[in-house]
Every structure is written in C-alpha cells, then in structure tokens.
Ligand binder design. Sequence first.
Ligand SMILES: [Fe+2]
Ligand SMILES: [Fe+2]
Length: 186
Amino acid sequence: MLATRKEPRESEPCVFSKKGKIMSLTTLESVLNHALKDLLSAEKQFRDALPKLSEAAANRELASALLEHRDETVHHIERLERCFELLGKSPRSEKCEAAEGLVEEGKSIIEEGGEGPSFDVAIVGAARKVEHYEIVSYADACEYAKNLGHQELENVLRETLQEEQVTDSKLHKLGERLVMEAKRSA
Ligand SMILES: [Fe+2]
Ligand SMILES: [Fe+2]
C-alpha cells in the first residue's frame, strides 16, 4: 500500500524517508527553525511556572530572584518572536516536552512540600535544571544562526543566553548559601 504523502510545512525542502514520511530536519536552517519553535514553547511554559516556584520559596531573596527572572522570561518570548520576524516567518511554537517535564518536576516538589532552607534548596535545584536546559538550547541556536550567517538573529539569541547564564550563576550562589543553612539547621 502506498503511504499517504502530506504536504511539507512552510517552504522547507521536501524530503521523504523510505517509509514515505516527510523528514523536516534536513537542513541547518530547518534545525534552527525547529529550535526556535521549541524554545518559544519552553519559554511560555517557564513564564507560567516561575511565579508558582517563587510563591513556594521561603527565602525572600530566592522568591524575588525567581519573579525577576519571570519578567526576563517575558522578554525572552518577545526576543524569540523577533527571531521569527528576522527569518521572515510568523512565530510558532512546537510543544517542548522537556520543558513540560521540568515544569512537572517543579510542581511535584511543591506538592511534596517542605519548609525552611532545605525546601528552598529543592526549589533552587528545580529552577537551575530549567536554566541549564535553556542555556544549552540557546547556545546551540546561536551556533546555528552564526553558521547560517544570521548575525542579527545570533545577537538577539545571545542576549537571552547571557541572561540565562547570569540567572543560573545567581541561583547557584544562593543555593550554596541555602545548603549551608540547611546543614546548620539539620
Ligand atoms: Fe528564558
Ligand atoms: Fe531562564
């Protein structure tokens, strides 16, 4: 039986696998496009999850760092929309399953409950996993953009990458202090 061939999405080259399935990741440009869609979905999920983590934190510095990063995340979404614009495409997201898993993990920590510095240590851990996912994703997207000669796009992505790195290192330092506090109060 002949496989049904669906039309390819957007204007990317149409390559079929032996089974007649459309393969969409056939060029570096398509990988970049996929990475941007994935990031747009991830950032939207993190924007909605960060206030919940902040609310659960007992340490005021941690709570405000998470809320501050929520505001930055709104700018990350705007920057990604700008990236699509630079590529002449309309912003589209593709469900980021990794982000969904990371958000679920954060939720389960909140549901598990706890108090004091130990609970905050667990919250920092969940938040840093999110930052690390973003750091790798943005660093890779920068690399693709650079090699495709999309200079402005690379600059926009790099701006967000730096904010993710600053957030991670801020959370790391705060986490180290909280670990010491948790150890003392044990
Ligand atoms: Fe972000
Ligand atoms: Fe982030």
